[in-house]
Design a protein around this ligand. Structure first.
Ligand code: DC
Length: 229
């Protein structure tokens, strides 16, 4: 059976990664969370005191990109890849609100995007790939076999993110999460370099009232009808 590339883009906290994980498990495909690369670089910038992103700090961060080794290794207990930065597992740290607050500013720096997009493109040869993000169907894999674009109401997205972080033990308040989601969407859609757009050939899924299983079933049906699986 032909292995396809599936690009999942969408607004912040629309459940892209949960859906991508479920879909990749179902198809026995590799899953890559592209946002984790921007988050890991942001974490590195915070740890190396390169925040705020002044011109000087941006240039330093760009100069240090060759020293930032990003890898993915399968986590045996979850079955999914965790991101590693210079050998350290960062899967949990990159979800903090501190990283979330700066990541869209890091992700709008063109030289950082170019570097990250090259790494992302290198996964193409894997065959059988689900990658989620903001520019996967438009820039990273413009020839992806299937492009999905997720959306949901602002409050539903904020509530989902809030619940997820509370479950992981973060002390947060709902309004901060809501504001972070809205400001990231604004930055992601308005940035000059590869902004978040709905690719012309994407299937848009508003999952405000859909469970993750509803979404999976919808996509599996779509794949079966399009690719004769
Ligand atoms: O998917 P996420 O929320 O973890 O992504 C974090 C940020 O990274 C998001 O606000 C925008 C940026 N991003 C991006 O610009 N392009 C991608 N392909 C993935 C993420």
């Amino acid at each position: 059976m032909r292995k396809i590339i599936i690009a999942i883009d969408g607004y912040a906290s629309t459940g892209k990664s949960s859906l991508a994980k479920l879909l990749s498990s179902h198809l026995n495909y590799t899953y890559i969370n592209s946002g984790s690369m921007y988050r890991a670089i942001t974490y590195y910038a915070i740890r190396n005191k390169l925040i705020p992103l002044t011109k000087k700090n941006i240039n330093s961060l760009i100069g240090l990109l060759s020293k930032i080794q990003l890898d993915y290794k399968i986590n045996k207990s979850t079955g999914f890849s965790d991101i590693y930065l210079n050998g350290s597992n960062l899967e949990s740290e990159i979800k903090s609100l501190e990283v979330s607050n700066y990541v869209s500013s890091v992700a709008e720096i063109p030289k950082i995007r170019k570097h990250v997009v090259e790494i992302q493109k290198s996964f193409q040869h894997k065959g059988g790939l689900v990658m989620d993000g903001r520019d996967i169907g438009s820039v990273v894999f413009p020839n992806a076999d299937l492009k999905l674009f997720l959306t949901a109401s602002d409050h539903i997205r904020a509530k989902r993110r809030f619940d997820e972080l509370i479950n992981e033990g973060y002390e947060i308040n709902y309004d901060d999460i809501f504001n972070n989601i809205i400001s990231r969407d604004k930055k992601d859609t308005e940035r000059k370099d590869s902004p978040l757009i709905i690719p012309k050939d994407a299937v848009v899924i508003d999952n405000s009232k859909m469970s993750i299983i509803d979404q999976l079933n919808f996509i599996i049906k779509l794949i079966k009808s399009r690719f004769n699986f």
